[in-house]
Design a protein around this ligand. Structure first.
Ligand SMILES: *Cc1c(COP(=O)(O)O)cnc(C)c1O
Length: 387
């Protein structure tokens, strides 16, 4: 079985694109000139309802969503932002591009930032729910951002949706995510005043009345243009109509594969919680050699699998070499060597590096029917049993 497309991409279909047709017929792909309520606004209302978020704002991608959430905290240049040591480099990039300094914090066995490692006075923290695993939330952080790019539809133990429990949550609709519009992003915030600030910044720092040219009043600030495209928002509305079905099918496939995996002492399943989005079964093997053998065997058979090695930020050139396009190294050059910029780990990230070298993810396929999932399960289980 070769799984060609990830998750939501399988569900894209022409006959469900009524909102896209409507936007084209209205000849209005810019959200602030639509003749009725814009598609982008309808998407934002749907997300608020579906996720129980106070306010949502559509932007172009998940990285922009992170940037916007960070700018909404009204930081000072060079402020540290504590980020997971294991996540996509976009998190570090978003922090740096806001003129802030990313400080990696070590993670637990599920690759979630460990709250206990944060300094007591941490102001800005980004947690990332990697591979649908909804991580614990540090308490008492004024600006806690949940990067939910990989966990759309996930829930915390208390029932709140991932992305809605902190100051802000960010989402991505990149091709590889649970729902997709090729590129796309969303930010949700808890405080309506923060939403006003974010809306303004994402529209050149302006106020805007629908259908009119923006205005800048006393107290305005500069901004950028992150305004969503109506055609993209239309595709996201179509995708949301499949979210429950995708989550349920992933649950079913996860149950099958996690039950059928061979019972070997050298292969351990990383535990998943009820609220996780079951994008994969993650396994931890006894040694890097065994992991690489499993990776090669599965790949040779055309069975999809991937590692998390690429997410190890302390080893990533951008973080390791403090890379920047600025001639003076900005904003890394604002790190004055004080305690608050020190990477947070008990062992210099040694155990995490070793964990990642032994980790393998077996992605699940919501688009397959039960028979297809059973067949895929059998092939993966047999390959691992024969190692
Ligand atoms: C994909 C991803 C992003 C970036 O989202 P884009 O829409 O691709 O910009 C950020 N963080 C994590 C954890 C991601 O997986």
């Amino acid at each position: 079985m070769l799984r060609r497309l990830p998750y939501g991409a399988n569900y894209l279909q022409w006959d469900e694109m009524a909102e896209l047709r409507g936007a084209i017929e209205d000849k209005a792909l810019f959200r602030y000139i639509s003749s009725g309520t814009s598609v982008s606004s309808r998407l934002e209302r749907l997300v608020e309802e579906r996720l129980g978020a106070t306010r949502a704002l559509a932007v172009h991608n998940g990285t922009e969503a992170l940037r916007l959430a960070l700018m909404g905290t009204r930081p000072s240049a060079g402020d540290p932002v504590y980020i997971p040591a294991v996540t996509f480099v976009a998190v570090a990039g978003a922090v740096l591009s806001c003129g802030l300094v990313p400080v990696p914090v070590d993670v637990d066995e599920r690759c979630a930032l460990e709250p206990a490692l944060l300094p007591a006075d941490a102001q800005r923290v980004i947690v990332a729910h990697m591979e649908g695993m909804v991580g614990p939330l540090p308490q008492g952080i004024p600006y806690l951002i949940e990067d939910t790019a990989q966990a759309m539809g996930g829930r915390h133990a208390d029932g709140r949706h991932a992305g809605t429990a902190g100051y802000a949550g960010t989402f991505s609709f990149h091709h590889a995510k649970v729902l997709t519009s090729g590129e796309g992003g969303l930010v949700v915030v808890r405080d309506p005043d923060d939403w006003e600030l974010l809306r303004s910044y994402h529209d050149h720092g302006s106020d805007r009345e629908h259908g009119k040219y923006p205005v800048w009043r006393e107290g305005s600030f500069y901004g950028e243009n992150f305004c969503a495209n109506e055609a993209v928002a239309a595709v996201q509305l179509q995708q949301f109509r499949h979210l429950d079905e995708i989550l349920a099918s992933l649950e079913q496939h996860h149950r099958m594969l996690s039950t059928e995996l061979p019972d070997r002492p050298d292969i351990r399943q990383v535990p998943r919680t009820d609220g996780d989005v079951k994008v994969s079964v993650r396994i931890e093997l006894d040694s890097p050699e065994l992991r690489d053998r499993a990776l090669n065997e599965l790949t040779d058979k055309g069975l999809p699998c991937w590692t998390l090695d690429k997410y190890f930020l302390p080893g990533h050139p951008v973080v390791r070499d403090r890379a920047s396009v600025y001639a003076d190294g900005f904003p890394w050059n604002l790190d004055d060597g004080s305690e608050r910029y020190r990477p947070r780990s008990r062992d210099g990230f040694r155990a995490t590096r070793h964990l990642l070298a032994r980790t393998l993810c077996l992605p699940l396929a919501p688009e397959l029917d039960a028979a297809g999932q059973a067949q895929a399960t059998k092939e993966v289980a047999a390959t691992l049993a024969a190692l």
